[in-house]
Design a protein around this ligand. Sequence first.
Ligand code: ZN
Length: 297
Amino acid sequence: MTTTHDHLVRATALGGRVRAFALDATGVVQELQSRHDTLPAVTAALGRTAMGALLLAAASLKEPDQLLTIDVRGDGPVRRILATADGQGRVRGLVGRPHVHAESRNGKLNVRGVVGTSGYLAVTKDLGMREPYRGMVELVSGEIGEDLVYYLARSEQTPSGVGIGVFVRPDLSVEAAGGFLIQLLPGVPDDDLAALEARVAGLPHPTELIRSGTTPEQMLEVLFPEGFQLLDRHPVSFHCPCSRERFASAILALGEAEVRRIIQEEEQPYTEVVCHFCNEPYHFSPVQMQGILDAAA
Ligand code: ZN
């Protein structure tokens, strides 16, 4: 389902003192919407979080199998939004309650209305070390983009600009989703900084840019008219690493007594386990459940 337009670009500008990332993730966010059956404001919240994870992963992961997770827990009706991206542009996500909604504000999807304005945003980076890196900040806006800017400034001491947006059609499908991340390294002259801030402030909303056919490369052209150096371009996609084998291990982890109880008490012809990240169902018959126990014995 993911469209071939979906990709992320990585670049530097202003003599290497600015790192820039931009992406079109329309297909990815559409797949998240269909898999989780989200209503528009939740689609936008989940899509922004997933794109934030893809952008931060591109900015901070070095290896394909490293993982970056953004976990947003606000006091709004959706309760929780979580997205995990890996070092090769693949992302998955989940929401606490997909069917909540909030009245649109000024014709825009009310992301803050479903996320809430009080709570926290946590970022976990699994870099293959013994302990994952973990940073956490309180929510400052509930719109996700501003919360990520605050997280990057507060927790990683990196002044950044983030613009991410999702446009949902009346039939609930996703027409456009994209955005950018700019990170300033030490030593950007004040004049350049002021010019860049003015350009970011004057930029049409990322959703409008993607809707009008602007590619991630063209987004960077608008942000850096004096030029930039393109370092990398790679596809982004939805991907869930769940499998029947992983769920068999999870069933085994319940313990033999519990599995035996399920085998005896299950009234359906099979036990269904559903992955929270992709909503894929896995079915295990009593004979298959017994097989899991036997294989481990
Ligand atoms: Zn899954």
